[in-house]
Design a protein around this ligand. Structure first.
Ligand code: PMP
Length: 426
């Protein structure tokens, strides 16, 4: 039998160093919001494979749908011989996306690919090169998406040059001193200093920054961006790779925006653990690239499409959007109660079940982000059987992406381990 340590040593020798690993654990098997490592220890999973497991590990209905698909066909390449499940996923996305206009979609494999394609489409439609992204944003690890990503360490170090005509405006972050007015003003400054608005194709923004620290984009910020977009003919792209598929209490987080985006990227939990992503949005925009301009060998794999359709059924049958809001409320209330006992927890926030705490230390000059404590708590919790993820520009945010299918009892068990971990490292 394997041990985590023996496997980790093999991994260190065989796998590229650049592929990081949050926990020195190797999985044996999983069920819903729990998994067991190769040494037989049980863990509660508050990481959800980074927002992929909103319907939990190996949901029986999703596995059943995938098994049925495996017996029929697994690959044709949609551009060679098409299949109905791809079309049905697009039809469903077109209905789910907000906005009173005709919609179309295309499917891909990863979140980064969805973002790349949204930018390609925006440039083809507007015939403009510029893209404005935001500080602290995360959009992927390919060259264009790294260019869009607004966080240097560890993503961008050593990987330049990045593509041209990508600019970063400030993301509003009241906790760290950036108001909505500051953020919108920084866009105007880009128009003055870097690129005229008539050459900008799109703004790309996360409704809640994921890797950046679970900061929610305020409604006034989105309205302000949309006003600029309308004034200058710029498209608004919502990157919902992390926020989508029900995490925030609605299928897409941008359903809670005051205005609809022109394009939405989606991935992660939409196929419950199988690799699938997509772009959905205004039909006239999506149709700008000529036939043959979009696609990919594995893009919209039939196996992943079968999983995605099963995910949608599970969301309906188990009312997971309502559950997402209930899980969010439960987490926020419990974490607020914990914050009254743990002064280091300086903020509890979220949208739906996309919830985080941010940790600070007292210093001479006031509060400072406490990345060291964050690391100690995450490590301690893992030793106690709870898998957490950190995030944030300052590495001082603990985020919760627990499956929405987790029971209240399991949530409470995980939250109790989190509380014990704070007490243990103090
Ligand atoms: N956009 C956002 C908002 C993300 O959170 C991520 C992944 N964390 C990506 C894009 C990239 O997705 P992938 O890793 O599937 O390429």
């Amino acid at each position: 039998h394997f041990t985590n340590a023996a496997l980790f040593a093999r991994r260190q020798a065989a796998v590229a160093r650049g592929v990081g690993q949050s926990h020195e654990l190797f999985i044996q098997k999983a069920s819903n919001a729990e998994f067991w490592d190769v040494e037989g220890r049980r863990f509660i999973d508050f990481a959800g494979g980074i927002a992929v497991l909103n319907t939990g590990h190996v949901h029986p209905q999703i596995i059943e749908a995938v098994k049925a698909q495996l017996d029929l066909y697994t690959h044709t390449c949609f551009q060679v011989v098409a299949y109905e499940p791809y079309v049905e996923v697009c039809e469903r996305l077109n209905t789910l996306a907000p906005g009173a206009f005709a919609k179309k979609s295309l499917l891909l494999t990863t979140g980064a690919e969805a973002v790349e394609n949204a930018i390609k489409i925006a440039r083809a439609h507007t015939k403009r090169p510029g893209v404005i992204a935001f500080t602290g944003g995360y959009h992927g690890r390919t060259n264009l998406t790294l260019g869009l990503t607004g966080k240097v360490a560890p993503y961008k170090i050593g990987f330049g040059p990045f593509p041209g005509e990508v600019y970063h405006a400030l993301f509003p972050n009241a906790l760290h001193g950036v108001s909505v007015a500051d953020a919108l003003h920084s866009v105007e400054l880009i128009f003055k200093n870097d690129i005229e608005p008539e050459r900008v194709a799109a703004f790309i923004v996360e409704p809640v920054q994921g890797e950046g620290g679970f900061y929610v984009a305020p409604a006034e910020f989105i309205s302000g961006l949309k006003a600029l977009a309308d004034r200058y003919g710029i498209l608004l792209i919502a990157d919902e790779v992390q926020t989508g598929a029900g995490r925030t209490g609605t299928w897409f987080a941008c359903e809670q925006w005051p205005v609809a985006p022109d394009l939405i990227t989606t991935a992660k939990s939409m196929a419950g653990g199988f690799p699938l992503s997509g772009v959905v949005g205004r039909a006239d925009v999506i149709d700008a690239p000529a036939a043959g301009g979009l696609g990919g060998t594995y893009a919209g794999s039939p196996v992943a499409c079968a999983a995605a359709l099963a995910v949608l059924k599970v969301f309906e049958a188990e009312q997971l959007l309502a559950r997402s809001r209930a899980v969010g409320q439960h987490l926020v209330q419990s974490l607020q109660a914990l914050a009254t006992k743990v002064p280091a927890i300086g903020d509890v926030r979220g949208l739906g079940a996309m919830v985080a705490i941010e940790l600070f230390e007292e210093s001479g000059e006031g509060l400072r982000p406490d990345a060291a404590l964050t690391k100690r708590v995450v490590t301690e919790a893992a030793q106690r059987g709870l898998v957490l993820l950190s995030c944030g520009t300052y590495g001082n945010v603990i985020r919760i992406l627990v499956p929405l299918t987790a029971s209240d009892a399991l949530l409470d068990e995980g939250l109790a381990i989190l509380a014990d971990s704070f007490a243990a490292v103090r």
